[in-house]
Structures are given as structure tokens and as C-alpha cells.
Ligand binder design. Structure first.
Ligand code: NAP
Length: 290
């Protein structure tokens, strides 16, 4: 592990939904105080369905804030790593994963705000790295894994969408890949958009099956599950599960550019990458607190 001083910024230091002048002032004060070499922005408004009815707020947090951060990073000669999303694509591409230069046509407000941020960040900073990833899973916070585990303990039958394809990306995987990339490229300019997620692919239904099968083997979970067989997890179409925001059917990201530049040894399969985080969630019983 490289010797890095890590400074986390929370809502108290900077509320990205505040008035733009207040946001700019708090960002400027933070940069002037800490003079960071790198800034990683994983902050976002991520409630994809609610975003459809909170458009101004979503754009403020997801687009104006990253733009202000990129402007300050440029002024203070810091490198910005900004996280973007598979949702910048409409998902209609068939037969292959999306490449960085494929046409962006977001289907929902969240995706539109993430696309606006990409353009604003790259315009404001000469050294910003924009990383599009997909289906992020952390041990803390809320995510699909915890939702499936909770529902599997509450209900004997689940219906899960099977026609949206993508790749789960554990937060720990993203952290180690980004750190490694920054270390490998020290001195060299890196800029632009890269796709990053583990290898392989799945859909939400197959992903849920895997999570619940793993839980069924875990001593702490096996007796709590109401789901008794894989047949109790029904595969359904997106059309049978209407949501406020439309979602892309194809969320697969082609990571060849990342592999070539930063990770020539390859990227792990998503199950291998996710196994440690899933084990931690199962061992620590995080879902009962969420
Ligand atoms: N989740 C996915 O499937 C997915 C897929 C592709 C890309 N991404 C991108 O990956 C990044 C991380 O996503 P995530 O799922 O980890 O997000 P998350 O769990 O929703 O976390 C978002 C973070 O942003 C902070 N935040 C939100 N509004 C804020 C505000 N007004 N002021 C200050 N902080 C605020 C939250 O703070 P609190 O903890 O205080 O609420 C939280 O720490 C985002 O850029 C997202 O767009 C996510």
C-alpha cells in the first residue's frame, strides 16, 4: 500500500446541494487548506427513480458540483478522478459492450446529469480522469445485494428483472484499480474517459440468484431465508416491473482501454471481485442495520 494521506470530505465540509456560490467557496477553502495532489469524486445523487422528479437538485449535485470541483482542481494543479456511470448510454446497443466513444444518449435524468458532468469536468480540467463504472456495491450503505438479502428473508418468492445486463463493481475493486492506476501513471499525463468494471457479465436475476445461493450456504443466513429454492426467484422482464426512470438493457462496459493502459494483467471476474465484499456483508449482518 503506498504511503498516502487520505482526507475524506463529508456533507458537513461541503453540501453539494447548497447554493452554487456557497459550494464554490467551501471547495476553494478546502483546496487552499489541504492542497491535495489527487481528488476523487464519488459523490452523487444516485436515487435514479426519485431523480425524475428532482431534476434541479440532481443537476446541481451531479453536474454543477463536479464542474466546480474540476475548476478548483485545475486552479490548484490537482488531478481529479471523477466517477461516472453506465447510465450515460441508452442500452440499445446489441452484441457487444459499450466503448468509451460510443454515442451517449441517457434514458433518464440521473444519466443525463452524469453525462453533463463528464463534459463539464473534461472542459474545466486538463488532467481529469473520468471513470464510468456500473452496478456499484459497497459493504456500507445501501445496494442491490443488501436489498436482495433483506427481501429473501422477508418473502418466500421474489421477482427479479432478467433483461438488463451489466457487471457488478465492488467499491473495493474500484479503489484498488484507481490507486494502482494513479501510482503507475505518476508523472505521465492521464486524461479522458475510461470504462472500469470487473470482467464477465450478468443480469439482475442471475445476480440475485448467486447472492441468495451464497447466503443459503452461510451458517448465519441459511435458516433466516424465506426463499427455499431457486424456482422461488422468478425472472421477469423490465416491462413487468415499471419504474419512474427507464433503465438501459445493455449496461456492459468495454474495459479494453483501461486494461491496456493500467491493468495489463487483466481484470477479475465479477464473482471473484465481489466475493470478499459479499462475505463481509454476510458475516457482519450489515443488512439488519440498513
Ligand atoms: N450505484 C451504482 O450502481 C453506480 C453505477 C455506476 C456509477 N455510479 C457512480 O459511482 C459513484 C458512487 O456511487 P454510489 O452508489 O457509491 O453512491 P451512494 O452510495 O449513493 O453514495 C453517494 C455519496 O454521495 C454523498 N452525497 C450525496 N448527496 C450529497 C450532497 N448533497 N452533499 C454531499 N455529499 C452528498 C453521499 O453522502 P451521505 O453518505 O451523507 O448520504 C454518499 O456518500 C457515483 O458517482 C455514482 O454516480 C454508481
Amino acid at each position: 500500500m503506498p504511503d498516502i494521506e487520505l482526507i475524506a470530505i463529508d456533507r458537513k465540509t461541503c453540501d453539494a446541494s447548497a447554493d452554487p456560490d456557497a459550494v464554490q467557496n467551501s471547495i476553494a477553502a478546502w483546496f487552499s487548506r489541504h492542497k491535495p495532489d489527487f481528488v476523487v469524486n464519488a459523490l452523487a445523487y444516485t436515487a435514479v427513480d426519485r431523480a425524475e422528479s428532482e431534476i434541479d437538485l440532481v443537476f446541481r449535485i451531479n453536474a454543477s458540483f463536479p464542474q466546480a470541483l474540476a475548476t478548483a482542481a485545475e486552479r490548484y494543479a490537482a488531478k481529479l478522478v471523477h466517477f461516472s456511470s453506465d447510465y450515460v448510454f441508452d442500452g440499445s446497443l446489441s452484441g457487444r459492450a459499450y466503448r468509451e466513444d460510443d454515442r451517449c444518449e441517457p434514458k433518464n435524468v440521473y444519466g443525463q446529469s452524469k453525462r453533463q458532468a463528464e463534459l463539464a469536468v473534461l472542459q474545466a480540467s486538463q488532467s481529469a480522469l473520468v471513470i464510468r463504472t456500473s452496478w456499484v456495491v459497497g459493504v456500507d450503505g445501501q445496494n442491490f445485494v443488501k436489498t436482495m438479502l433483506r427481501l429473501a428473508c422477508e418473502r418466500p418468492h421474489l421477482r427479479v428483472v432478467a433483461d438488463q445486463w451489466g457487471v457488478p463493481s465492488p467499491a473495493a475493486f474500484l479503489v484498488s484499480q484507481v490507486l494502482n492506476a494513479l501510482m503507475r501513471s505518476s508523472g505521465e499525463p492521464i486524461r479522458g474517459i475510461y470504462h472500469l468494471c470487473p470482467s464477465g457479465e450478468t443480469n439482475w436475476h442471475a445476480y440475485a440468484l448467486w447472492v441468495i445461493e451464497e447466503a443459503a450456504r452461510h451458517p448465519r443466513w441459511k435458516d433466516r431465508l424465506q426463499i427455499r429454492s431457486v424456482q422461488a426467484i422468478e425472472a421477469i422482464a423490465s416491462a413487468d416491473y415499471p419504474t419512474a426512470a427507464k433503465r438501459p438493457a445493455n449496461s456492459r462496459l468495454d474495459c479494453s482501454q483501461w486494461l491496456q493502459r493500467f491493468s495489463p494483467a487483466g481484470l477479475p471476474d465479477w464473482k471473484l471481485a465481489l466475493a470478499p465484499s459479499l462475505a463481509e456483508i454476510l458475516d457482519s449482518d450489515h443488512i439488519s442495520a440498513s
